[in-house]
Design a protein around this ligand. Structure first.
Ligand code: ZN
Length: 416
C-alpha cells in the first residue's frame, strides 16, 4: 500500500479511536480538560493525552475497559516483572485483529503453511503464548502448543514433530543451545529454521549467538500487552529494523523526559496508539522503549515504516556512580566474544561497585591465560563504552542462575 493510502486509513481510524477512548473515564477527563476540538489531521495526535503504565496499574483491574464486560471474550495481563500487572482486554473483533496481525508477522519472517510451529512460552496470562498460537493457526501452520517446559523437553518435542518454526524468549533460546551442546544426537534430529523471539530486551549480538548456536534465522518480534500484545512490529528478512503495522497502530517517538515529539529519525521513547481496539482503546501509550523511526521504503517492498531494534527500556537504565548504563550496552560487549555462552549478570554491591559476571564455555574456563585475556579485554571495552571501571568475573558454564520467565540481568544489592 502506498504511504498516502496508509495515512488516509490512519486519519479515518484515529477519529473513531478517540471517540472510543472517551469511554475510559480517566482518558475522557483528560480529553475534556485539554478542550481538544475536532480531530481532523494526523498531526492532531500530539494534542491528545498520553496513557502511562502508572495509569493502567492505578486503575487495575477494569479501569481502562471501554465496553461492558459481557463484550469481553478474553483477559490477559502484562508480566508485571517489576510492578503489579496491567490487565488488557479483548472483544471478539479485537481477538480477530490480533490473530491477523500475528499471522502477518509470522508470514513476514517466512513461515508458511506446511511449517510446524511450537510455542515454548507460558500460555496463560502472558500475551506471547496464546497470541502467537492464534496467529500461527490463522496462517495455517501446524501448531504444537507445548507451552512452558524445560529446554530438554522442548527440544525433544521439536525433534519428534519436525518443528520448523518456534517462538521463545531470547534467554530461553540460549538455554536450548546449552542443552544441545550436552545432548547426544538431538541436534541432528532437529528441523528448526526460524525462531521468533521477543518479550525481553536483547541485542543483535545476542541474535548472532542464537543463530549460530541453533542453526536458525532469528527474528525480533515486538509488542506489549498494554496495546494488545505481540503483533505490533516485527523484522522482515531484510532485517533493517522492525516494520510497525501502521494500518492498525500510530507510532511516534518522543523525548522521554518532556514528552515532546522529536525530529524525524531522532532516538527517543516509542509511543503507540492502537487504532482498532474496542475493549481497551487507550491513546498514546508510553512504552518506555528507546528507539527511532526509520523512514523510507524497505528493500522487502513493504511500505509500513520501521523502528530501529530497541536499544533498551528506559526503566532498565541503572545509575552507577552518576553514569546511566543500559544493560544492552554490556550485553553487546559480552555477546561479541565467542568464548561467551550469552549468559551474564550485572551485580551492583556496596556503595557503587559493579561486577560483571560472564559465563564462558568449558574450554575457555579451564585455560587460565585465555580467562585473563578475556577479562582484560571485556574490562577495556566496558570502560570505553561507559567510562566505568568494572570487576569482570569469568564464570563456569551453568553458574549464573537461570529463570523460567524473563531473565533478570541486573542484581542491585547496593546500600544506597
Ligand atoms: Zn522490510
Amino acid at each position: 500500500m502506498e504511504r498516502e493510502s496508509i495515512e488516509k486509513i490512519q486519519k479515518k481510524k484515529l477519529k473513531a479511536a478517540v471517540k472510543r477512548a472517551e469511554k475510559i473515564p480517566f482518558l475522557r477527563e483528560r480529553i475534556r480538560e485539554r478542550r481538544i476540538g475536532e480531530i481532523s489531521e494526523l498531526s492532531d495526535l500530539a494534542k491528545l493525552p498520553f496513557t502511562t503504565k502508572k495509569d493502567l496499574i492505578g486503575t487495575f483491574p477494569y479501569g481502562a475497559l471501554a465496553v461492558p464486560l459481557n463484550r469481553v471474550v478474553r483477559i490477559h495481563t502484562s508480566s508485571g516483572s517489576t510492578n503489579k500487572p496491567v490487565a488488557t482486554f479483548y472483544t471478539r473483533k479485537d481477538l480477530d485483529i490480533w490473530s491477523e496481525l500475528m499471522a502477518r508477522g509470522l508470514a513476514c519472517v517466512g513461515a508458511r503453511c506446511g511449517d510446524v510451529f511450537q510455542n515454548t512460552t507460558s500460555q496463560g496470562f502472558f500475551t506471547g503464548g496464546l497470541g502467537l498460537i492464534q496467529g500461527a493457526e490463522k496462517l495455517g501452520l501446524t501448531v504444537v502448543p507445548l507451552g512452558s517446559a524445560n529446554a530438554e523437553k522442548q527440544l525433544e518435542v521439536m525433534a519428534d514433530f519436525g518443528v520448523t518454526v518456534f517462538h521463545a524468549i531470547p534467554s530461553f533460546a540460549l538455554r536450548m543451545i546449552e542443552m544441545l551442546d550436552v545432548s547426544n544426537g538431538l541436534r541432528a534430529s532437529l528441523k528448526i529454521r526460524i525462531g521468533v523471539l521477543g518479550a525481553e530486551p536483547w541485542t543483535k549480538e545476542m541474535r548472532r549467538k542464537i543463530e549460530e548456536g541453533l542453526g536458525i534465522g532469528a527474528f525480533n518480534n515486538y509488542g506489549l500487552a498494554e496495546v494488545g500484545g505481540p503483533g505490533v512490529a516485527i523484522e522482515c528478512p531484510c532485517r533493517s529494523g522492525l516494520h510497525v503495522w501502521e494500518d492498525r497502530f500510530l507510532f511516534e517517538v518522543v523525548d522521554p523526559s518532556t514528552g515532546e515529539p522529536l525530529e524525524e529519525e531522532e532516538e527517543g521513547e516509542l509511543v503507540i496508539t492502537p487504532l482498532d481496539r474496542e475493549a481497551m482503546p487507550i491513546l498514546r501509550y508510553r512504552t518506555g522503549d528507546l528507539t527511532r523511526i526509520i523512514d523510507g521504503k524497505c528493500e522487502c517492498g513493504r511500505t509500513h515504516r520501521r523502528v530501529e531494534w530497541m536499544r533498551g527500556r528506559i526503566d532498565d537504565m541503572v545509575k552507577i556512580r552518576g553514569i546511566g548504563v543500559y544493560p544492552s550496552t554490556i550485553e553487546k560487549i559480552i555477546a561479541s566474544h565467542s568464548e561467551s555462552n550469552g549468559n551474564f549478570q550485572i551485580v551492583l554491591t556496596g556503595v557503587d561497585e559493579i561486577t560483571i559476571k560472564m559465563e564462558v564455555n568449558g574450554t575457555t574456563f579451564s585455560d587460565q591465560s585465555a580467562v585473563n585475556r578475556l577479562k582484560a579485554s571485556v574490562f577495556d571495552e566496558i570502560k570505553d563504552a561507559t567510562l566505568l571501571r568494572t570487576n569482570v568475573e569469568i564464570c563456569q558454564p551453568g553458574t549464573i542462575p537461570r529463570s523460567d520467565g524473563k531473565t533478570k540481568r541486573v542484581l542491585d544489592l547496593r546500600r544506597i
